[in-house]
Structure formats: structure tokens, C-alpha cells
Design a protein around this ligand. Structure first.
Ligand SMILES: Cc1cc2nc3c(=O)[nH]c(=O)nc-3n(C[C@H](O)[C@H](O)[C@H](O)COP(=O)(O)OP(=O)(O)OC[C@H]3O[C@@H](n4cnc5c(N)ncnc54)[C@H](O)[C@@H]3O)c2cc1C
Ligand code: HEM
Length: 389
């Protein structure tokens, strides 16, 4: 695409974002046009859409903003296209989405700004995005969705469960990727979860799920999952992972269940003969939140290239935490626990200039840690996190 076309799309987007609550208005208007003009499409979406409303529109704007970087954009769109097969999306639906988005944008910026040239630029941009997603979906031979049976559900903290599922057919995902999951009690409410183990021929996946206060899906998973439940999983997504034969050292920072995709990568690396050095910082609010230290300790003992430093914001456990009174066993292989905000603690070590960095956790933890590291001198291009947008 030429730079004029891209500039026209960006300018219209900026005009929308410049308005107070512009992105929110755009998302609302987009869905209202889509569901009115194409009523059949409504059934793909969950009944309540408040929490998720901007995900689709956000992703399209992310893609439109990167039309000049096909190397990064096309793999991202290909993954999304393969994943969207789980909804049963057909090429005609892409036309519906594109038309509705154009009408919504036009409504936001006004007819004066929406010239023929601007409209043509949007047609081209959206056709490129749809084409990449449809093309990847057409080529894919793996299932549109995988059925998985829950074989174990263990509450490891009062708001965090480990769920192991058995896939009907094994899935090939790269350690570090994430998967869109639908549980039976929350139809059409797909949520991303990150496997905590590498892909295997047995088709076993372990997920770590934290119950988010007021959330639609995670509290239901943590409280109501039982052995035998049938889950549905979409195609793998995301770009985390450590390439084979890389010499570049790694810095991994994970908070809460953010440890899952990092642990999966370390387990995958443990099966290789040679690895670069990896320093993993694993964070939580209180010492009792560090639910997976036993496994990390075993990995650190067995793999000399791995250093694991636990970090907690508070020195002590909260008053309501039940302490069994048994003496705490020192876990071998781990560095001494540090106290402080994780981004601050890691950035205090210096710019980590020789490292590739991965950050995993809540959106606010990822952003804060990224800014702290950049302020300490880490280059933005060395830092990776998911999702991209
Ligand atoms: C790439 C990726 C991988 C993920 N992997 C995992 C995983 O392995 N395990 C896991 O437990 N979760 C994971 N999540 C988060 C998960 O997908 C859901 O967003 C989360 O479980 C909340 O869903 P919900 O339906 O309960 O909340 P919603 O009903 O979607 O949201 C309710 C409220 O909680 C807020 N909220 C949503 N997510 C979070 C969060 N993570 N922290 C704080 N507030 C939040 C929302 O902004 C909203 O205000 C991942 C997310 C991404 C983007
Ligand atoms: C035009 C290109 C498109 C892009 C870039 C895109 C991107 C996304 C993204 C990133 C999400 C959130 C993550 C997910 O659940 O997978 C999403 C959700 C979704 N998309 Fe798309 N999408 C596109 C087109 C379509 C089309 C044509 C349809 C079919 C009508 C569709 C249906 C959905 C549905 C049903 C959801 C779930 C929404 C929710 O959970 O609230 N998408 N899309």
C-alpha cells in the first residue's frame, strides 16, 4: 500500500481518537450498524458485550496502523484468521464488518472529511486485512476448534486454579503462545489463556486461571470447573517464544498467572541441548501468591542456564492468610526473594542491554514494567509482550 493511502486512514482514525470518548463511540456505533444491517451476525457475539466491546475494533485499528509493516502484520493477521474459524466466520462476514466500520467512521468524522479518496483508502486497507485473514483461514488444515475434557482442577490459592485438560486431538502450539478458550457455563464468551506447558503428543494442557473480581468468565472457571467438563479451544495465537539456536540471553518477567507462558517456554528449552542464559523474575503481591515456586525451583536446579528471582510487593503475607505453622522449607535453586514493585526491582539491575525481554501479566503491569525498563535504558525493540494491541 502506498504511503498516501496509509496516511489518509491514519488521519481519519486520529480525528476519531481526538474526540472525547471517540474510540468508545466508534466501537458502539460499529456494533449497532453491524447488528442492524446484518442481523445474522449478532449470533456470533456474546449476549453481554460491555467488557469486550472494543477488542475487535481495537485490533482492526492496530492492523490499519501497521499496513506499512507487512513483516509484522501478516503473521498477526494470519493467526487471527485461523483463530476466527472457531466462530464460523465466512468471507461475506468480512464485507459486513468492513462496511459497518466504514459507516461508523464516516458517522464519527462527518461527510466533509469522508471524501471519495478517503473512502477508497479505507476500502483498500480493509480489503488487505480481510484478505490476509481469509487467505490464512482457507489454507489451514488443522481443526477450527479443539474439544478438550477437564481431567483435573486444583485450587492452589483461594482465587487461582490449575486446570488440566485433555485434547481430543493434539494441538501444535509454540511454548509461550496463548489460546482462546470457551467454557460450557459461559457460551460465546471466549477468553485467552496461556498453556503452562509445552505442546505434547498426548494433547495435555495445563492452564493457570486467576479469578478477576467482577469478571464474567474467570470466576466461573475457578469456582465451577469440574472433571469431565468439555471446553472448546481456538487456534494458537501470539509471538512469544525462544527460537532454537539463539545466542541472545533472555530476561523474563511474569506476575501472577503470567508465569504460565514463561514456564512453558523454560520447559521447552529444558528439552534442548544448548540454551542461552535466562533470568526469570516471578512476581506476586504477597509471598503466598507465588504459587508455582516448587516447579520453578526444580527447573532452576536442573538447568544451570536458568536463574529465578522471586519478587513480592509486600514482605509479609496478609493477615487473612492461613499459616499452617509448619516451618517454611527453603527451596533450592532460587535466588533470595526481593521486595518491591517488580518493574522497579528489575530495572534497578541496569538496562539489560544484552537481553531479549518478555513481560507477562495484567495489562497495567506490562505497561508499567515496560516503561520502567525503557527508562533504565532497555531498547523498546528488545521488549516483547502479548497481545500486540
Ligand atoms: C494474551 C493473554 C493471555 C492470558 N492468559 C491468561 C492466563 O493464562 N490465565 C488467566 O487467568 N488469565 C489470562 N488472561 C486474562 C484472561 O483472558 C481474561 O481477560 C481474564 O480471565 C478476565 O476475564 P473475565 O471474563 O473474568 O473478566 P471480564 O468480564 O472480561 O472483565 C471484567 C473486568 O476485569 C478487568 N480485567 C480483565 N482482565 C484482567 C486482568 N488480567 N487483570 C485485571 N483486571 C482485568 C476488565 O477490564 C473488566 O473491567 C490472558 C489475557 C491475555 C490478553
Ligand atoms: C476485519 C478483520 C477482523 C479483525 C482484525 C478481527 C479481530 C478480532 C479480535 C482481535 C478479536 C478479539 C479476540 C478474539 O476473541 O479472537 C475479535 C473478536 C471477535 N471477532 Fe473479529 N476480527 C475481524 C473480523 C471479524 C469478522 C468478519 C467477524 C464475523 C462477524 C468477527 C467476529 C468476531 C467475534 C464474534 C469476536 C468475539 C467478540 C467478543 O468476544 O466479544 N470478526 N476479532
Amino acid at each position: 500500500m502506498d504511503s498516501r493511502t496509509v496516511a489518509l486512514i491514519r488521519t481519519t482514525f486520529k480525528a476519531v481518537a481526538a474526540e472525547e470518548g471517540g474510540s468508545e463511540t466508534l466501537a458502539r456505533s460499529f456494533y449497532s450498524i453491524l447488528f442492524t444491517d446484518y442481523p445474522g451476525v449478532r449470533d456470533f457475539f456474546p449476549a453481554a458485550m460491555d467488557a469486550q466491546r472494543d477488542r475487535l475494533v481495537h485490533a482492526i485499528s492496530y492492523a490499519l496502523d501497521r499496513l506499512e509493516e507487512p513483516d509484522k502484520l501478516l503473521p498477526f493477521l494470519a493467526q487471527l484468521g485461523r483463530d476466527h474459524r472457531k466462530y464460523g466466520v465466512q468471507p461475506a462476514h468480512y464485507v459486513a464488518v468492513a462496511n459497518s466500520l466504514k459507516s461508523a467512521i464516516r458517522g464519527c468524522v462527518g461527510d466533509e472529511m469522508w471524501t471519495d479518496e478517503v473512502a477508497a483508502a479505507w476500502d483498500e486497507g480493509l480489503a488487505n486485512i480481510s484478505g490476509a485473514m481469509i487467505g490464512a483461514a482457507d489454507k489451514e488444515t488443522s481443526p477450527a476448534a479443539w474439544t478438550a475434557t477437564v481431567v483435573e482442577c486444583r485450587e492452589v490459592l483461594r482465587n487461582l486454579s490449575i486446570v488440566r485438560v485433555q485434547l481430543e486431538h493434539p494441538m501444535e502450539y509454540a511454548a509461550g503462545q496463548y489460546i482462546s478458550v470457551q467454557v460450557p457455563s459461559r457460551p460465546r464468551m471466549w477468553r485467552y489463556l496461556s498453556p503452562a506447558n509445552p505442546a505434547n503428543s498426548n494433547g495435555e494442557i495445563e492452564f493457570h486461571i486467576r479469578s478477576v473480581l467482577g469478571g464474567w468468565v474467570s470466576p466461573a472457571i475457578v469456582s465451577h470447573t469440574t472433571v469431565g467438563d468439555q471446553w472448546l479451544l481456538g487456534a494458537p495465537l501470539g509471538g512469544l517464544g525462544v527460537p532454537r539456536n539463539t545466542k541472545r540471553k533472555m530476561l523474563m518477567i511474569g506476575c501472577g498467572t503470567g508465569i504460565a507462558p514463561l514456564r512453558a517456554q523454560i520447559m521447552a528449552m529444558a528439552q534442548r541441548r544448548v540454551n542461552p542464559k535466562v533470568h526469570l523474575f516471578v512476581g506476586g503481591h504477597h509471598p503466598c501468591d507465588l504459587y508455582d515456586l516448587q516447579v520453578l525451583s526444580q527447573l532452576a536446579v536442573a538447568n544451570k542456564w536458568l536463574t529465578v528471582t522471586p519478587v513480592t510487593e509486600h514482605e509479609e503475607n496478609p493477615w487473612w492468610y492461613y499459616d499452617s505453622g509448619e516451618p517454611q522449607v527453603e527451596l533450592p535453586g532460587l535466588e533470595p526473594r526481593m521486595t518491591g514493585q517488580i518493574g522497579k526491582v528489575v530495572a534497578a539491575f541496569g538496562p539489560w542491554a544484552d537481553r531479549d525481554v518478555q513481560i507477562v501479566g495484567s495489562p497495567s503491569m506490562v505497561q508499567t514494567t515496560k516503561f520502567r525498563l525503557m527508562a533504565a535504558g532497555t531498547q523498546a525493540k528488545s521488549i516483547r509482550h502479548d497481545p500486540l494491541f
